[in-house]
Design a protein around this ligand. Structure first.
Ligand code: ZN
Length: 258
């Protein structure tokens, strides 16, 4: 019998989400930057923490791991093999698939350098759905800052993610969507899909609801970092016959100060 598996966002810090996958018994958390909010949810839903997935080494993604392992020593941690971590973990990277217990299908690990050099994403097919946990690589209508990698690396990483099936649900880690859409509208004010998304996102925010998950299809239609071939974006950037890399790089630079 198919297991009923749910995914819920746990708000953390100012605008982070820690995603929690559960079947009413076992739980998996992705990037637990804060142990207290995760423990509150585990207790409230009476869940046993089985697995911790880490996408990259930034503190707001790993800050809760040590405390969670103290209270849940049986939990297994998976973290990128190209980064170093002080806590016990199994290092993962392409082309690994990882076992998430008998109530879940396996997860594929995808290397997505750019935001950090070792950054990975986790892709899971479950319940006739596809799920992507992409850390700080892809955001709703945006992408992560290039702290360690180059624009070329980030573009290639984003291309890997957008090659996934278009209905893949994208579980981003930040509530940046509306701000990103406002920025995107400065570059592509006539993009009807973007205008529609602005309205839908504003409605969600007004209802106090998360604007995530997104989908690959929606991101391809509205995310300026995936639309470097858009003539309207190139024209807004005042670039003359630019390469997609030049368009991407200038978009990233402008967003840094938006
Ligand atoms: Zn980060």
């Amino acid at each position: 019998m198919a297991q009923v598996v749910q995914i819920i966002p746990i708000p953390a810090f100012k605008d982070n989400y820690i995603w929690l996958i559960h079947n009413n018994h076992y739980a998996i958390v992705v990037d637990p930057g804060d142990a207290a909010v995760v423990n509150n949810t585990l207790t409230k839903l009476n869940l046993t923490l089985q697995t911790i997935l880490i996408t990259h080494h930034h503190q707001d993604h790993i800050g809760g791991v040590d405390l969670l392992l103290e209270t849940h020593p049986e939990a297994k941690v998976f973290a990128p093999k190209n980064e170093s971590y002080a806590f016990a973990h199994q290092p993962v990277g392409e082309p690994d698939t990882i076992d998430l217990g008998n109530w879940m299908n396996t997860s594929r690990v995808i290397d997505v350098p750019g935001h950090t050099l070792g950054h990975v994403a986790y892709y899971i097919k479950q319940n006739q759905q596809e799920w992507l946990f992409c850390g700080d690589t892809l955001f709703g209508a945006g992408c992560g800052r290039l702290f360690e990698g180059t624009p070329t690396q980030m573009m290639q990483s984003l291309e890997k993610l957008t090659a996934l099936p278009e209905n893949t649900l994208v579980f981003c880690t930040r509530e940046y969507t509306l701000h990103n859409i406002n920025f995107a509208l400065t570059l592509e004010p006539n993009n009807q899909a973007l205008i529609n998304r602005h309205q839908q996102t504003t409605d969600l925010i007004n209802l106090g609801k998360p604007t995530l998950p997104s989908t690959i299809k929606l991101e391809l239609a509205t995310n300026p970092f995936l639309r470097s071939d858009s003539v309207e974006i190139q024209s807004s950037l005042q670039l003359n016959k630019p390469t997609q890399l030049e368009t991407f790089s200038k978009t990233r630079l402008l967003r840094n100060s938006y």
